[in-house]
Design a protein around this ligand. Structure first.
Ligand code: C5P
Length: 238
């Protein structure tokens, strides 16, 4: 797989024309496109077909399901029927929820089965929130590792991890897909970001895919932006 194919472009827009234009521009340079609530709530899940017609062969549906097992299994069924490549669930939904999702995914023919990814600890949370408001004794990375391991033990295909924790998460889950958002360019100011890292570092630590949004969507030359600012020295090491 070419190094650029490890990059997933986040379509963080509610505008279908903007998403379609982005796909037409970026499809040759990236490995997939991430779609969230901003596109699916106003336009329905049928937007997946529209985006596929525009050239997005692999769609990562990032709706972070979290509900009772039966409801999540129904959601996985609908997403699978739309042919998504990857989708996210909250590991904190528990083992029964994740097992129901896995069983639902596996009930479809092999070529249609989506990659199920668990979200462990949102990057918007911090140690203070985890300890003082959510009552967890573990550190963030311990809690991430615990939930990530639980997810793969339930049969989930992989997890989402910020670049900062990828190494520990790879150690905790062994094999399994790791997708890392929060990728920054080396020239970006660190102060307004938390739990971020560069693309080459995340890949070296064990990430399989990097999610990059605005930096790509707003780039006049996405191929150059990817090579020079996000992947820079990674091509040589993979
Ligand atoms: O910051 P950027 O525009 O590259 O974000 C791309 C995607 O990654 C967005 O969909 C955002 O929600 C997600 N993201 C994340 N965790 C972060 C930073 C970004 O999940 N720490």
């Amino acid at each position: 797989m070419g190094i650029q194919r490890k990059v997933i472009c986040a379509l963080d827009t509610s505008s279908v024309p903007e998403a379609v234009a982005t796909i037409r521009r970026l499809a040759p340079f990236v490995g997939g496109f991430k779609v969230g609530h901003a596109l699916t709530l106003p336009h329905g899940l049928g937007v997946v077909e529209t985006l596929r017609d525009a050239g997005a062969q692999r769609i990562f549906l990032d709706l972070k399901f979290h509900d009772i097992p039966n409801s999540v299994a129904l959601a996985v069924r609908e997403a699978t029927r739309h042919g998504v490549w990857m989708m996210t669930l909250h590991a904190s939904g528990g083992p029964a929820m994740m097992t129901a999702a896995v069983e639902e995914a596996q009930s479809h023919s092999e070529e249609c089965q989506p990659i199920l990814l668990a979200v462990s600890v949102l990057t918007s949370l911090n140690q203070h929130i985890l300890t003082d408001h959510m009552g967890t004794d573990r550190t963030i990375v311990e809690h991430m590792a615990y939930l990530s391991k639980l997810a793969v033990d339930c049969g989930m295909d992989g997890v989402v991890s910020s670049p900062e924790e990828v190494k520990e998460i790879r150690r905790a889950i062994g094999h399994g897909v790791i997708v890392s958002p929060g990728i920054r360019r080396p020239d970006q100011n660190l102060n307004d970001h938390s739990r971020t890292g560069t693309g080459p570092q995340a890949l070296a630590d064990g990430a399989d895919y990097l999610v990059i949004g605005r930096g790509l969507m707003e780039s006049p030359d996405p191929e150059k932006t990817l090579t020079d600012y996000y992947l820079f020295d990674a091509a040589g090491s993979h």
